[in-house]
Design a protein around this ligand. Structure first.
Ligand code: NAD
Ligand code: UDP
Length: 342
């Protein structure tokens, strides 16, 4: 919850004194970024949300606009900018395979040029900076569960490479700015995260299955559904991001953040159908090139360093997400809803 504006007005602006921490969230109008902005504001930070609205939406931050400790800047991270900030969460990047494959060159630029621009900003301001990296750096993993010392098994020339290799290069840049210029960095590798405010046409599996189930359409199950993922509820993820950023003298990472509860995609489809009370069937669709066969984080590093473990089980998290989508779909004419297929 954002601070109460009436309280702000009544105390003549004295509340502004609490907003000592100036935090930049790139990708702040996206799914995870909007939850992060909200939590930072509730914790008393002065939040600058930067986004080019490629996959994000003003609706995600509509309730924050006008708050005294919130600003929105429409900007592309591939362009430099000058700001004075204390902390930076660098989340700007399309995360859904459908979106990052749409303009792969721009995806690479967003990760690489975006990282350079934000690291230069951090260096100039002496700001601490966190990079939202991804489990995709492990590619189709050779180890299971994935630990941070797994160097990854990524196809550098495949259709997912714009995202995977872009994020890997961003990690390299973070560590080089740290070693070469002493920038205070934090690198987190986020595993599949879901929750309210995913875009209904986002194309990721949780939002696709929920929208399809709620509309009584067949769930598009890729391959035979035996591939696995481990799904983390967004509130848990944000707890982990905040805990790591708050830790002084922390190691640079990388640190896995995700829920180690692994499930097949077929089992996810069944859970969504059952929890939403839908009568939908599943329909098999081809598996995309380089779709990883399994994914589960080893989160012992995050547990040791931050005392962090996710608290939300899949059924509870899916329940909350289904409720949110049910409300959203009431506001959109059905013929205008088309999930992006894998
Ligand atoms: P999202 O697509 O909802 O959010 C990304 C945001 O970045 C959007 O608001 C988009 O408009 C913005 N953006 C994209 N390119 C930009 C650019 N060039 N300049 C400025 N803004 C730009 O996705 P999300 O799930 O909220 O992901 C947020 C971050 O977390 C991403 O960096 C993603 O790679 C990472 N991540 C997410 C997951 C997940 O499961 N959600 C998993 C691993 C990593
Ligand atoms: N998937 C699916 N149906 C969909 C969308 C995705 O079966 O409508 C599968 C996809 O092939 C992958 C898994 O679900 O095996 C997770 O896909 P998502 O795009 O959510 O994330 P990522 O592949 O990046 O982990």
């Amino acid at each position: 919850m954002a601070p109460d504006r009436r309280a702000y007005a009544a105390d003549g602006g004295a509340q502004m004194k609490h907003y000592t921490d100036r935090v930049l969230v790139t990708g702040g109008a996206g799914f995870i970024g909007s939850h992060l902005c909200e939590r930072l504001m509730a914790d008393g930070s002065d939040v600058i949300c930067l986004d080019n609205l490629f996959t994000g939406a003003k609706a995600n931050i509509g309730h924050l606009l006008g708050e005294p400790n919130f600003e929105f800047i429409r900007h592309d991270v591939t362009e430099p900018l000058r700001l004075e900030v204390d902390r930076i969460f660098n989340l700007a990047c399309p995360a859904s395979p459908v979106h990052y494959k749409h303009d792969p060159v721009q995806t690479v630029k967003t990760s690489v040029h975006g990282a350079i621009n934000m690291l230069d900003l951090a260096r100039r301001c002496g700001a601490r900076i966190l990079q939202a990296s991804t489990s995709e750096v492990y590619g189709d993993p050779l180890s299971h569960p994935q630990k941070e010392d797994d160097w990854g098994n990524v196809n550098p020339v495949g259709p997912r490479a714009c995202y995977d290799e872009g994020k890997r290069c961003a990690e390299t840049l973070f560590f080089d700015y740290h070693r070469q210029h002493g920038v205070d960095i934090r690198v987190v590798r986020i595993f599949n995260t879901y929750g309210p405010r995913m875009h209904p046409s986002d194309g990721r599996v949780v939002s696709n299955f929920i929208v399809q189930a709620l509309l009584g359409r067949p769930l598009t199950l890729a391959g035979d559904g035996s591939q696995t993922r481990s799904f983390c509820y967004v509130d848990d993820l944000v707890d982990g991001l905040l805990a790591y950023m708050a830790l002084d003298d922390a190691p640079p990472g990388p640190v896995n953040l995700g829920n180690p509860d692994e499930t097949t995609i077929a089992a996810l489809a069944e859970a969504v159908v059952s929890l939403s009370g839908s009568g939908s069937e599943t329909v098999l669709v081809p598996l995309e090139t380089d779709d990883p066969s399994r994914r589960r984080p080893d989160i012992s590093r995050a547990a040791d360093l931050l005392g962090w473990t996710p608290a939300t089980g899949l059924a509870d998290g899916l329940g909350a997400t289904i409720d949110w989508f049910r409300e959203l779909l009431r506001t959109i004419p059905e013929h205008r809803i088309d999930v992006a297929r894998p």
